[in-house]
Design a protein around this ligand. Structure first.
Ligand SMILES: *Cc1c(COP(=O)(O)O)cnc(C)c1O
Length: 398
């Protein structure tokens, strides 16, 4: 590779700055150690305490914790009664889990293209894909910016569909002044270490609907119940019934204790993320050919990702080379995401390139910059200096 266009080596960082990372403190460690010293490391009281904390935060009646966000989405598809022959509308610009959960249930994901500014599913394109097989809509709050939840809710109500929100990116975000968690029938948060707060691995569904709540409880525990009110017969105090096919998707108390302790820091983490974003927006403004993230006025993002796009006609090298130049400077840039249906597994199912042209153009031009609360102002400055340097090195002079 010809390195003559690389940014000056003096800007190179000593170690790779990742795009995302957890921030744990002594209180988090103590919370986990306390569980280790106690009586229950799974199926104990920490689970309910964590669920209550997340439900209170989101303003919902119920929360059900799972081993991870993907399992939680699987549970939501089960609770929504998705099965073979059913179609579920979703976005291609997401992590594969948000449509894989439909496949787990034997359903068929239907991909609807995204809005070119917010990169979220475009509500204008949803209705034309609704037919008698459609059962649900899974929206994804990409990068932390909420979907147009009111319009999607309206479509779901009109057509009698279940509205599931994949809010893995948007814990703590608001749409039209209302917290994410209140808009959809079921909303998923993930507690993977790159997300806003972490439990190591972990996921949760929040809901206001008791019917979904009960189905989710059963699903994460083998489809079993011990609740006397739900039993078909009762052989005695030991008795339980398996009434549906569930899984072991239970979170441990170690994870729940960590998650609950991290929740105490959520608002300050989000505040820090928003401050970093302001610094990026300020320092990177005015680079012609670089598109900074657009924010809809009614959306208040909690900023999981900061994505900039490089319009190819302004640069002498490919996005791949830009990406590699950042990595050579130890900036851990990333690409979020490859449109799901371009994955070989989906291609084998018959989804074709060209299905969602806006998402595909986005994928060809996007680069995710590092964004996590533990980043220092100096880290952010380093990234901005390297962005400007890469920009100057590769820009076509017009
Ligand atoms: C992280 C993520 C998930 C899956 O969550 P896990 O906890 O990693 O299983 C699902 N959807 C989106 C959009 C995500 O970013």
């Amino acid at each position: 590779m010809d390195h003559s266009h690389d940014a000056p080596a003096s800007l190179k960082r000593d170690a790779m700055l990742p795009y995302g990372q957890q921030w744990l403190d002594d209180a988090d460690i103590e919370a986990v150690v306390n569980v280790l010293r106690g009586d229950f490391i799974t199926q104990g009281p920490s689970i309910l305490a964590f669920e209550q904390k997340v439900a209170d935060y989101a303003g919902t009646t119920y929360a059900v914790a799972f081993t991870n966000g993907t399992a939680a989405l699987h549970g939501a598809c089960f609770a929504a009664n998705i099965g073979p022959g059913d179609e579920v509308i979703t976005t291609p610009l997401t992590f594969i889990a948000s449509s894989n959960c439909v496949l787990y249930q034997g359903g068929t994901p239907v991909f609807v293209d995204v809005d070119p500014h917010t990169y979220n599913i475009d509500p204008d394109h949803i209705e034309q894909h609704i037919n008698e097989k459609t059962r649900a809509i899974i929206g994804v709050d990409f990068t932390g910016q909420p979907i147009q939840a009111d319009r999607i809710k309206q479509l779901a109500d009109t057509h009698n569909l279940v509205f599931i929100e994949d809010a893995a990116h948007s814990l703590g975000a608001e749409y039209k002044g209302i917290k994410i968690g209140k808009w959809a029938h079921m909303t998923m948060f993930s507690f993977h270490p790159v997300k806003h707060v972490t439990s190591g691995e972990g996921g949760i569904i929040v809901t206001d609907d008791e019917h979904y709540y009960r189905k989710l409880l059963h699903f994460r525990n083998h489809g079993m119940t011990r609740d006397p009110a739900e039993l078909q017969r009762n052989d005695g105090p030991w008795y339980y019934e398996m009434q549906s096919l569930g899984y072991n998707y239970r979170m441990t108390d170690l994870q729940a204790a960590l998650g609950a302790s991290q929740m105490d820091k959520l608002d300050s983490f989000i505040e820090r993320r928003r401050a970093i974003v302001e610094q990026y927006n300020h320092e990177l403004a005015g680079l012609e050919g670089v598109v900074l993230p657009y924010q809809a006025p009614e959306a208040h993002s909690s900023w999981h990702l900061y994505v900039i796009r490089w319009e190819p006609e302004y640069f002498s090298v490919s996005r791949r080379e830009l990406f590699e130049q950042f990595r050579a400077m130890n900036i851990g840039v990333n690409v979020h995401y490859i449109p799901v249906y371009l994955q070989p597994y989906y291609q084998e199912k018959g989804y074709r390139q060209g299905l969602c042209p806006v998402a595909e153009h986005y994928y060809d031009t996007c680069i995710t910059l590092p964004l996590f609360p533990k980043m220092t102002d100096e880290d952010v400055k380093d990234v901005c200096n390297i962005v400007r340097s890469v920009y100057e090195q590769n820009r076509i002079n017009r």
